[in-house]
Design a protein around this ligand. Sequence first.
Ligand code: KIV
Length: 243
Amino acid sequence: MITAYDALFARLFEQSADILLVGDSLNMSFAGKNDTLSTSMDQMIYHTNAVCKGAPNTFVICDMPFGSYRDEATALTNSLRVYQETPADCVKIEGGASKAHLVKHLVDNGIAVCGHIGLLPQSVRAEGGYKVKGKTEHEALALISDAQAIQNAGAFILVIEGVKADVASRVAQSVSIPVIGIGAGNGVDGQVLVFSDMLGLYEPFVPKFVKQYMNGAKMVKESVKCYAKEVQSKTFPDENYVY
Ligand code: KIV
């Protein structure tokens, strides 16, 4: 699984990714905000449509923004919008056992749901930062019961974020649905990364768990610098690039 926010990159990811996640992380990398909390439904629907257009044959998950699933009725209204206004296959909501009733309500109404437990980016202000989970046995047991509650409520897949690797592995073994990790080690069923992180495009902050498969920021900056220099020196466009 990899995030995608637009058709351009979705098209490039389609041949390798099993699942594309239109994460609300787009509010940071694309909209330039400091966290995901101000993401809107309109934003998610716009970007989900773009991703589905670029990768029409790939399973697409639309992240539900902060506040968009605060109660059962709101969660259903907003998830129905996703299904009615985009071809997305599924929605994702953050939270463990305390959100299980919302998962059940959506599944009962025909919406496929991906859970998200562990470090919850939408709780960054409430928790005073991005806190790695699973550091104590108490937290480990809470994560296992979160995963089981979300599975029992009907979610068919679960993202686990920012959790000690041994604990994430125990969580994955405690449920039968696929558990997809991010910053949660290798003992889970699959991995997800934010594409702008793994391509080295997002400079403000690089989490420890992110492997940068290329230095995208450097490549883009050098290319644009080169273009600007060639324009200023009038070496671009030369005879190869004119009609
Ligand atoms: O918004 C997002 O990109 C996510 C991933 C971090 C899993 O939820």
